[in-house]
Design a protein around this ligand. Structure first.
Ligand code: PEP
Length: 251
């Protein structure tokens, strides 16, 4: 049985004051015991979140890391080893906003995945197709290629200590959500692709769905057999809404 995980991606949001308020709201929530919860604040707020939620069973992660694991001369980047030192346990790699707006290639994403694992961080590999690609019937091909970039470079066993997040680009921040059936179709294909290399690893990997998840649609999505929780953007900035989504994963 895979334990569900719900992760909040706070993106480039937050000030010290609003993060303090969010922490306060999160502390007041009732957390389901059978669900893992993670939050991904901006790098500036990681220490504040670790301090504010340190006594709760929350994982804290970063939204990106540098391609090289160690410290060095790379202005503006943050190394996986520094994230580990800051008490992070997870990191997003290949979020579509980074792939599309900041030029992260499959090769960069693979290097970041490897850098994260070499420092003891769990990478969350984000994959997903654009609307144009979906309409052209290329969804499984695109997602398969993004996944294969990591499998062929690093091998299948790395997925024993990683998560995958299927995030259709057209559903991120748009209010459009993949139907539970559409999402399940892609999640099952991701698991089958992993299983073609190693059935045991594939059976254990948690595959999260992301794209306009909210309390109102979470239960239906999380009820699908290959959806093991969610990666939540906008709705994770509201403590009550995020708490409700996490509780939906526990039902
Ligand atoms: C995300 O950024 O990972 C995301 C899924 O965003 P939203 O929930 O706002 O669509």
């Amino acid at each position: 049985m895979r334990r569900p995980l719900v992760a909040g991606n706070w993106k480039m949001h937050g000030t010290r004051a609003s993060v303090a308020e969010l922490i306060d709201g999160l502390r007041k929530q009732e957390w389901p015991v059978k669900v893992d919860v993670a939050v991904f604040p901006s790098c500036l707020h990681i220490a504040q979140v670790v301090e504010g939620l340190g006594d709760k069973a929350f994982a804290v992660g970063a939204q990106n890391c540098a391609v090289e694991p160690g410290q060095g001369a790379l202005t503006g980047e943050v190394a996986a080893s520094q994230l580990r030192d800051a008490a992070c346990s997870m990191v997003l790699v290949g979020h579509s906003e980074r792939r599309q707006a900041l030029g992260d290639s499959d090769q960069d994403v693979t290097s970041k995945f490897a850098a994260a694992q070499s420092c003891g961080l769990t990478p969350v590999l984000c994959v997903g197709e654009t609307l144009e690609q979906r309409e052209a019937g290329q969804t499984l091909e695109v997602v398969g290629r993004q996944l294969d970039a990591v499998i062929s470079a690093l091998g299948i066993k790395v997925f024993a200590e990683a998560l995958v997040a299927y995030e259709p680009v057209w559903a991120i921040g748009t209010g459009l959500t993949a139907s539970p059936e559409q999402a399940q179709h892609v999640h099952a294909a991701i698991r089958a692709q992993l299983a073609a290399h190693d059935a045991q690893v594939a059976g254990g990997v948690r595959i999260l769905y992301g794209g306009s998840v909210k309390a109102a649609n979470a239960a239906e999505l999380f009820g699908m057999p290959d959806i093991d929780g969610g990666l939540v953007g906008g709705a994770s900035l509201n403590a009550d809404e995020f708490g409700a989504i996490c509780r939906a994963a526990g039902n």
